[in-house]
Design a protein around this ligand. Sequence first.
Ligand code: P6P
Length: 335
Amino acid sequence: MQNRIITLDEFIIHRQKEHPVATGELTGLLRDIGVAAKIVNREVNKAGLLNILGAVGSENLHGDTVQKLDLYANEKLIECLRNSGECAGIASEENEEFIPIPSVAGKDSKYVVVMDPLDGSSNIDVNVSVGTIFGIYRRISDPNKVVTKEDFLQKGTDLVAAGYVLYGTSTILVYTTGKGVNGFTLDPTIGEFCLSHQNIQIPKRGNFYSVNQGYYLKFDVEMRRYIDHCSDENYGLRYIGSMVSDIHRILFQGGIFLYPNTRKYPHGKLRLLYECNPLGFIVEQAGGKAISCYLERILEIEPKDLHQRVTVALGSPEMVDEMKAFVEKYSTIPG
Ligand code: P6P
């Protein structure tokens, strides 16, 4: 018998019933993000037809100016969140400052959203998968006033929910509210995200490591020793250059993703707020680990800036533990 289709909306509402204190705001917010993802998906899928749509800045057949997809995604997500009435503010990779959102019909919103609207967007021009990453916090400032920066500079351990949308061979939305990780694949024939991967559990180890090997000589010695170990163990190297794609593969096949410090990025390249914290929360909820290359738990790092960069190692627990052992053995950094 064919399994019954469970849509994202149905799943979220069902799960809300498991939280007696839930009053539906988070449910509404997650559903609104799902709607925005469908809108972005439509444009991302067309992006490959750039020569039909016209280059960025030109006018398309409708007379609209063709936008860079990451700016388009940013605008659509902000629009959906602004109209949702459940979001009091947004911190986006695309915006230097956070965006306060006035209450809708006088309703005070409880939540703020951090997001990378289209991570890895440089890959779009060569048809490589890209992704949207989001995290949701309860606001902690005075609910009767506009949100402040402190609402966004919360540790990853304070995340209420986190997720990503991967626009790949199929479009999948993966999220957690702290009670496991579930994946929903977009069925374009009905325009719904349908439950396709329930209670995702990351393998304890995998056969791949994921790092930009081109920077090998610029990594600290402990990182180079660990990467040598991966080669000695005959692990394969899989690095797509799109973090959501690499993490999605690791959730299912196991493995470890590394972005250590380099001369160009002495504090690492990836952002704490809207890349490493949401993806670290998901990996931990799936049974994996997420630490910095200085062995701090990513979710415990106290954010100091909206666009703060961190080094990161995340994935299968046994492989992250191995990497940790190499850092402890070879690191020249005191303490
Ligand atoms: P590099 C994409 O630009 C991104 O932010 C992540 O999605 C990806 O993992 C990383 O940067 C790739 O960086 O330096 O290896 O090209």
